[in-house]
Structure formats: structure tokens, C-alpha cells
Design a protein around this ligand. Structure first.
Ligand SMILES: Nc1ncnc2c1ncn2[C@@H]1O[C@H](COP(=O)(O)OP(=O)(O)OP(=O)(O)O)[C@@H](O)[C@H]1O
Length: 254
């Protein structure tokens, strides 16, 4: 189980957000991370993936501090999709996915039948067949995003952390992606924690919500989160009113 315990995250000893007590992420859950710009969502995801930016408290996996787990073991437990796209674009989608099986292949990087099956299942599930032999440099922003998401999934980790996975996707692909990711959690027993500004879609699909409120990181079931209308507290705005995870625009400001 991945657990945050009295975590303070931040930079140069200055905390930007903290949690009180412990927050445990169970298996097979689809968990949205919600908060206003600059509240610490990306920082927390990086902290959960490596222990980076942890000022106090602990992030542990099955009782062991993340920072003490050797990288080659950790990469079989936790995968991360960041918003950083600084990767070599001269490889194909298939090569990207093959490299991402590195935690399981031998030092020659030779793929087994199982590695190939995992890759082909993700390619089929995430409709990458037509793109699999394209160079990353030739993909649109949205197509590249789908390839990077597939890269995180072929790592077959129990926990998959995704920083704004719906970035660059059109509305159809955003909905399709979130539904498929939720399905991936259910079918394969994985837990995905994803940050997003696609609040309506996220709160209607997520099982649980981790949210940032006035420098505190809190955790609730999606049902309770919506029932308590917490979005109104997170995004107080003269332009919006919130109800049951959905907003309406207040056009009286026009
Ligand atoms: N390398 C850094 N050094 C110092 N401060 C940083 C650094 N990276 C981010 N920050 C600050 O930490 C805070 C949290 O940033 P973070 O990127 O985690 O927010 P976020 O919730 O993901 O925001 P957004 O929704 O805008 O993507 C911000 O105030 C940001 O300016």
C-alpha cells in the first residue's frame, strides 16, 4: 500500500502543502488529484514517485520509505507520467514502449513473449495500432500524449501516477482516456492517481479525490467530495457556481 504520513512538500525548506495523519491509497482505485494552479499537485506526484521535495513526514510503499527503495525495484511498483516531454523523439511509439519494459527485461533488453503481450494489449486498448511504427517527432501533441500514457501503463506497476494525462487531448479523447484508465484500474487491479483540471469528468469517474485546500492535502470518496460541494471552496470565483461536481457560468458578470 502506498501511504502518505504527515507529509510536508515544498522547495528549499519552504512547505507549500501538507497532510495531517496518514492517507493510504488502496489497490484498484481511480483517484483524481484536484486543486487550483500552483497548489502542489505536480510536486506531490514527484514526491510520491521518488521522495523528491519531501520536507517532513514519509511516503512509503508496503511499509518501506520510497527514497530507500532501489530505483530498479521502485520502477516495478510505481510509474509516473509527468508533463515534461523532453524525450528523444527519434524513436517510434513501439520502441518507446519496448524501452519502458526495461524493469522486466535482461541487460540486453530482450523482450519475452510476456513483454510483447503486455505491449500489444496496451496498444490495442489505447488505440495506438495506427501509430505504433510512427516516429515520436511526427506525432501531434495529443497523439504523443497517448503514447506517453501507454509508456506508463506498459510498466505494469501497482501504482501509476499521472500529471494532467488529459493535456493536449480533444474533448472526445479526454472522456475516452479517463473512462479507459478507470477500466484499466478495475480490470488489472491497478491504482491510478491523476492530477487534472478536467474537474467535471474527473469527479464523475473517480472513486476518490485527493485535494488541495489552503495548503492542506485532504482525501475523500468522490461521493462525499461532491456531496459537501468542496469545489466551491477550492475554486471560489465570481464567474462560477458549483453543484454536484459540475459548474455553471454566472453570466450576470457580462
Ligand atoms: N523547482 C521549483 N522551485 C521552487 N518552487 C517551485 C518549483 N517548482 C514549482 N514550484 C512552486 O511550487 C508550487 C507548486 O507547484 P506545482 O507545479 O506543484 O503546482 P500544481 O498544483 O501542479 O500547479 P498547476 O495546476 O499550475 O500545474 C508553485 O507555487 C510553484 O511556483
Amino acid at each position: 500500500m502506498l501511504v502518505l504520513q504527515d507529509v510536508h512538500i515544498g522547495y528549499e525548506n519552504e512547505a507549500i502543502a501538507r497532510c495531517v495523519g496518514h492517507i493510504a491509497f488502496a489497490k484498484a482505485k481511480f483517484i483524481a488529484i484536484i486543486g487550483a494552479n500552483g497548489t502542489g499537485k505536480s510536486t506531490l506526484l514527484r514526491c510520491m514517485a521518488s521522495g523528491e521535495h519531501l520536507l517532513k513526514g514519509s511516503v512509503s510503499l508496503n511499509g518501506k520509505a520510497i527514497a530507500q527503495i532501489p530505483l530498479e525495484n521502485l520502477s516495478k511498483d510505481i510509474a509516473i507520467l509527468t508533463t515534461d516531454r523532453a524525450i528523444s523523439k527519434s524513436i517510434t511509439v513501439m520502441q518507446l514502449l519496448e524501452i519502458s519494459r526495461a524493469p522486466y527485461t535482461n541487460f540486453l533488453g530482450r523482450l519475452t513473449a510476456e513483454d510483447e503481450l503486455v505491449i500489444h494489449t496496451v496498444v490495442a486498448d489505447f488505440e495506438l495500432k495506427d501509430l505504433q511504427y510512427r516516429q515520436l517527432s511526427t506525432l501531434s501533441d495529443g497523439q504523443l500524449q497517448r503514447a506517453l500514457i501507454a509508456r506508463a501503463l506498459v510498466q505494469q506497476t501497482d501504482y501509476i501516477l499521472m500529471d494532467e494525462p488529459t493535456n493536449h487531448l480533444d474533448i472526445h479523447h479526454k472522456a475516452e482516456l479517463l473512462i479507459k484508465l478507470k477500466n484499466h484500474c478495475k480490470v488489472h487491479g491497478k491504482t491510478i492517481l491523476f492530477s487534472t483540471h478536467e474537474i467535471a469528468m474527473a469527479t464523475s469517474l473517480a472513486d476518490q479525490v485527493l485535494y488541495f485546500n489552503e495548503e492542506y492535502i485532504r482525501f475523500k470518496s468522490a461521493e462525499e467530495f461532491k456531496k459537501k460541494n468542496i469545489l466551491q471552496q477550492l475554486f471560489p470565483s465570481p464567474f462560477l457556481s458549483w453543484n454536484d461536481g459540475q459548474y455553471t457560468l454566472k453570466d450576470s458578470n457580462l
